[in-house]
Design a protein around this ligand. Structure first.
Ligand SMILES: C[S@@+](CC[C@H](N)C(=O)[O-])C[C@H]1O[C@@H](n2cnc3c(N)ncnc32)[C@H](O)[C@@H]1O
Length: 459
């Protein structure tokens, strides 16, 4: 139930929360903040939200109480092997590149920042256990941190329910988990012990530091964390990640975090072109600043912990010889090729799909995405506009065009598209999934659109 009157001091409290945790509650989300505080109040020893807000503003909480509060304010949504393209890229591109640049017995250092209940770092541990050949005989350390101590405790237990396995094929579950009581599954101790969990608040100055083992990182994953942050604080985190990375190190953000203001806050972090992955690589040291951050012949990311796993969206089989292929069939093929980074083939298939069904907005949208991946921004904009001409309510095309404008420095035009996307998304229930982009929940897309809008305002 929404409160009739906002609690006094709510806006000041939102500013206080942002300063202490990075989390951004814009005016339209103040009621969410108030509800979360009302839930946290009893555990913090207050009768209700108003008393809690007044009390915490008058006497700022110590670390323990801040952790308690943060646990009620943060979104802990996560699951194993979330965004498979990221894991394909880690296995096939990043780890080999890291290993190739190493001398002697140096070990590989990986950090999952904002790890929630541990599914992300444990996915990496499983991937490495699958025998990443590039790392044969090399030590690997995996650090996993979060502001939410109860999530960290869950992570340490390593016991998970069905929901965490929504993208995991059964044989991986069978290989690395044992059944416990109820429907829960416990991660094998030998995988569990590969990850070190610890508390770390990303807006604090505790990194990079030897003490927190957050220095000299080869790879940082900070996915689906900064999209909830106030823009200036997200930028400060990016600056610190830049300092935490070795020269040549990699940073992966969430799929929705592309519009973060690169290269502004962290000029040494250059975007690397890997389809489906929001990734940056730190230049410097042996790498000349203007060197391509990525080899031209990029191996296609294929998520395959073991050869038998085969969970990547496979390249769909060729269409049957009889009869002309339908636009839908061609689009399915095009998507498969694009997922594997075979963009020229994907583009050709999309063009054929457009010929087969000119009025298909999805075909124009997908072609736009392919152009965008290839850096052909003008053609991408044209394709997205076509999609919107055919379907003015096409949410992904609005989001994509917004991102395109934002990356071209046209914040005003970007804002219009993000606003349209947000308005359209409000028609859905937050947990309703949309076919495009890739079955994402409406609530999550709305958060993305809002966070992009905040960034437009900042530009
Ligand atoms: C949506 S989860 C992302 C989990 C995982 N990275 C993924 O993509 O599946 C966001 C996590 O960021 C954490 N977080 C939010 N603010 C933080 C902060 N200031 N410092 C560290 N972690 C933070 C939350 O506690 C939450 O666990």
């Amino acid at each position: 139930m929404s409160p009739i009157m906002p609690a006094p001091g709510l806006e000041d409290f939102a500013a206080f929360v942002a300063e202490r945790t990075g989390l951004y509650f814009p005016p339209e989300r103040l009621t969410d903040l108030e509800r979360a505080v009302a839930r946290a109040a009893p555990e913090l020893g207050f009768a209700d939200a108003a008393a809690c807000i007044g009390g915490l503003l008058a006497s700022p909480p110590d670390k323990e109480r801040l952790e308690t509060l943060a646990a009620y304010l943060t979104v802990g949504e996560t699951y194993f092997f979330r965004n498979k393209s990221d894991f394909g890229a880690i296995e096939n591109i990043i780890l080999p590149a890291i290993a190739a640049g190493m001398n002697g017995d140096e070990s590989v250092r990986i950090w999952s920042a904002g790890c929630a209940t541990g599914e992300e770092p444990y996915s990496i541990a499983m991937l490495l256990d699958g025998g990443a050949p590039a790392l044969k005989g090399r030590g690997v350390s995996i650090l996993a941190t979060d502001i939410n101590s109860s999530a960290l405790r869950e992570a340490g237990r390593g016991v998970y329910g069905e929901w965490s396995f929504r993208e995991v094929p059964p044989h991986i579950r069978d290989k690395y988990f044992a059944k416990t009581t109820g429907k829960k599954m416990a991660l094998l101790p030998r995988i569990k012990k590969k990850v070190d969990f610890s508390y770390l608040n990303l807006v604090e100055d505790s990194y990079p530091a030897l003490l927190t083992a957050t220095n000299a990182m080869d790879l940082i994953l900070c996915r689906n964390v900064l999209m909830y942050f106030r823009a200036d604080l997200a930028e400060a985190v990016l600056r610190k990640f830049q300092a935490s990375l070795k020269d040549g190190g990699w940073l992966i953000l969430g799929p929705a975090e592309g519009p973060l203001n690169f290269p502004g806050p962290a000029p040494a972090l250059k975007p690397a072109q890997i389809p489906g992955v929001t990734i940056f690589r730190k230049t410097g040291g042996a790498q000349p600043a203007d060197a391509p951050v990525f080899p031209a012949e990029t191996p296609a990311p294929v998520f395959s912990i073991t050869p038998a796993m085969g969970t990547t969206a496979p390249v769909p089989p060729a269409p049957p010889p009889a009869g002309p292929p339908s636009a839908a069939g061609l689009l399915l093929l095009a998507r498969g090729r694009a997922n594997l980074g075979r963009l020229a083939e994907a583009e050709e298939l999309c063009s054929k799909a457009i010929e087969a069904g000119k009025l298909n907005p999805l075909a124009h949208y997908l072609l736009g995405i392919i152009f965008m991946e290839e850096g052909r921004d003008g053609e991408a904009a044209h394709s997205f506009r076509r999609a919107l001409y055919l379907a003015p309510d096409h949410i992904p095309a609005h989001l994509a065009l917004g991102n395109l404008f934002l990356r071209g420095g046209k914040a005003a035009q970007a804002r219009g598209h993000f606003k349209n996307a947000a308005a359209l998304l409000k028609r859905y229930k937050p947990d309703e999934t949309l076919a495009e982009p890739e079955g994402m929940a409406a609530g999550r897309l709305l958060a993305i659109a809002r966070s992009a809008l905040a960034r437009c305002a900042h530009d």
